[in-house]
Design a binder for this molecule. Structure first.
Ligand SMILES: [Zn+2]
Ligand SMILES: [Zn+2]
Length: 66
C-alpha cells in the first residue's frame, strides 16, 4: 500500500490542521458531535447517529465509531 502525503484535515470543518484556521471550536464541538470529514483523507464521510453514539463511514478508510 502506498500512502501518499497524508493531509491532516480537521474532522469537523475539513480544513487543513496546519492551515491558518483555528480549530479550537472544532475540537470542542467534536466532543459532542460526530466528525464530518475523514481525518486521514479529508473526504466527506457518511455520518449516522445511532443510540450508542455515531458511526462515520469513509469510502476509503471504512467505518469509525464514537
Ligand atoms: Zn476545524
Ligand atoms: Zn478516509
Amino acid at each position: 500500500m502506498t500512502d501518499p502525503v497524508s493531509l491532516a484535515v480537521c474532522p469537523r470543518c475539513g480544513r487543513p490542521l496546519d492551515g491558518p484556521a483555528a480549530h479550537d471550536a472544532c475540537r470542542a464541538a467534536l466532543e459532542l458531535e460526530p466528525p464530518r470529514f475523514c481525518g486521514d483523507c479529508g473526504r466527506r464521510m457518511k455520518v449516522q447517529v445511532v443510540p450508542t453514539g455515531w458511526t462515520a463511514t469513509c469510502v476509503e478508510h471504512g467505518i469509525q465509531t464514537s
